[in-house]
Design a protein around this ligand. Structure first.
Ligand code: AMP
Ligand code: MN
Ligand code: MN
Length: 328
């Protein structure tokens, strides 16, 4: 597949301003950065008088429905959408937009791909990938400013959540001085950091803690203590009635163990696949994007993932072996 044309932020802004009807997409199993970015862009475009449709293959996860504007997020299925421009946010591979979203937007003549994943496939017609940005939400703050679009209260709060979740609360190494400046600008514009953080980080369903109890029971340290991993099988997921977002960022906890360089979460999915979620403590220790790419996945140097066919024990064995080879 041929790559799209790389565009500056100014050119991306021009494309947005030229469109009357815009569809905003994000990745499957959306996180705070994907949903926050989708809501922010949609809200700003609506306030500028444009027609906007927000589609996500899996809809807005329950944990993020508190965001004003979350009700705009629809699942595909309502037939083909007519629009002038489709914008894909926070999504490295076209396939991660989801089959339903791709089918619903097949007739839209222009696709603008805005992302911060180094592994982005550069799909679409216009491509703006800034791998130096710690969150797609940070790029969107700049884009909304560049385009002169209104920063609505919905956009302001959604961008704060997008940036906060992808930086682990302004902590991860990808966080820049500009990230803090944008955080400050969002607060000056009225964002309530305490209230938003409380909604994101202090409102976990009890299921998440039950899941943690299960995972701690199967926690393994390998590669001489440099790799921590845990695995979740279908039976446990069913027994706890887990939702996809219940495990969001849980693996950060075991990456934080002293001496651990890489943390891995293996999740058995229906249909004989395993979802692998990998975290590295530093780029010097391991580039988990490179490791995940060898299994057909991708992401960032310190946070990456893949979906691998096979059973839980077999896949985890193969992946842990590969990490061990990389570390030594
Ligand atoms: P996760 O571990 O699911 O939170 O994902 C960490 C990062 O890796 C995110 O930025 C994802 O976009 C990326 N990622 C996760 N799974 C995949 C995959 N199957 N293919 C490509 N990138 C992925
Ligand atoms: Mn994301
Ligand atoms: Mn992101």
């Amino acid at each position: 597949m041929s790559e799209g044309r790389p565009v500056s932020l100014a050119e991306a802004a021009e494309a947005l301003l030229a469109a009357g009807r815009v569809v905003v997409l994000g990745h499957v199993r959306p996180d705070g950065d994907a949903i926050g970015s989708q809501i922010a862009l949609a809200s700003s475009l609506l306030a500028a008088g444009k027609q906007v449709v927000v589609l996500n293959e899996d809809g807005c996860p329950a944990s993020l429905r508190f965001l004003a504007g979350a009700e705009m997020v629809e699942r595909p299925g309502g037939g083909e959408v007519e629009a002038d421009l489709c914008v894909a946010l926070d999504t490295a591979n076209r396939s991660r937009l989801g089959e339903g979203c791709l089918a619903s937007t097949a007739a839209v003549p222009m696709l603008l791909n805005i992302d911060h994943h180094i592994s982005n496939e550069r799909y679409g017609d216009l491509v703006h990938v800034d791998a130096g940005a710690p969150a797609t939400g940070q790029i969107l703050f700049e884009l909304i400013s560049e385009a002169g679009l209104p920063l609505t209260p919905e956009a302001r709060d959604s961008l704060f959540v997008a940036i906060s979740t992808d930086t682990g609360g302004f902590r991860y190494p990808a966080t820049t001085a500009r990230t803090f400046e944008i955080g400050a600008e969002l607060l000056r514009a009225g964002a309530d950091a305490g209230a938003l953080s409380s909604m994101v980080y202090e409102r976990y369903p009890f299921r998440r803690i039950e899941l943690l109890r299960e995972l701690l029971g199967v926690l393994r340290l390998t590669s001489g203590g440099r790799v921590a991993s845990w695995a979740l099988d279908l039976a446990t997921k069913d027994a706890l009635s887990l939702q996809p977002d219940d495990s969001e960022n849980l693996t950060d906890l075991i990456r934080a163990i002293e001496g651990v360089d890489v943390a891995v979460f293996f999740e058995e999915l229906r249909g004989g696949t395993v979802r692998v979620s990998m975290r590295s403590k530093s780029a010097a220790a391991a580039d988990v994007c490179e490791i995940c790419k060898t299994f057909g996945g991708g992401g960032h140097a310190l946070a990456a993932g893949a979906r691998i066919e096979g059973g839980l024990g077999e896949v985890s064995g193969r992946v842990l072996d590969r990490i061990d080879q990389t570390l030594s």
